[in-house]
Design a protein around this ligand. Sequence first.
Ligand SMILES: [Zn+2]
Ligand SMILES: [Zn+2]
Length: 224
Amino acid sequence: AGVSRSVAVVTAYLMKTEGLSWEEAYAAVRAAKPDAEMNPGFQAQLKLYEAMGCTVDVSSPLYKQYRLQVLTECYSELQDLPQEVFAADPTSTCQTPDTEILYRCRKCRRALFRSSSILSHTEGSGPTAFAHKRITGSAQLRGGGRETCTSYFTEPVQWMEPALLGVLEGQLLCPKCASKLGSFSWRGERCSCGRWVTPAFQIHKSRVDEARTLPLGNIQAAKT
Ligand SMILES: [Zn+2]
Ligand SMILES: [Zn+2]
């Protein structure tokens, strides 16, 4: 493992300093040191590193989705999930930054998640895509993909925890009014656009409303 790790570190260094793709960098390392090897876990991490532009941005949707995938593999029982997996419940923290959109239950207005929890995906491409052949051929058009996703895929939020533990899939219900919001599956679900997301926590767009955060002084006015 020590060898694999040092190979990965050198490969990552070459990617960053020389602007190489992870494959080019790995090939360069192996050319210099033919017995250099890297396990598939490190290879996956370097692919992610490349996709993030050779920076590690822990708020990136790519990073969050990758972390969830690793977690799913490690916690086969799905009990006692580490708390940092869950995004804070928007009702437990008083302020949402101006840059974020808050999503509320359409029925009872309970705050459910913030825009930073959305793990967006592009249609039919990327590391976790299962080519859905009828769609991927023609639907690569940029920008046209937005309308075809009928759900938001999010990271798990604190209020989902009781529903998620110990089961592989199920429904996501509003924690306040219990109306159905969407579903989850640790094994993954297919978005309406054809893209597989693993694991998947999806909230139907029709069940929530966007609430842009207002400057502090306007909050009281907006409530009345
Ligand atoms: Zn989609
Ligand atoms: Zn509700």
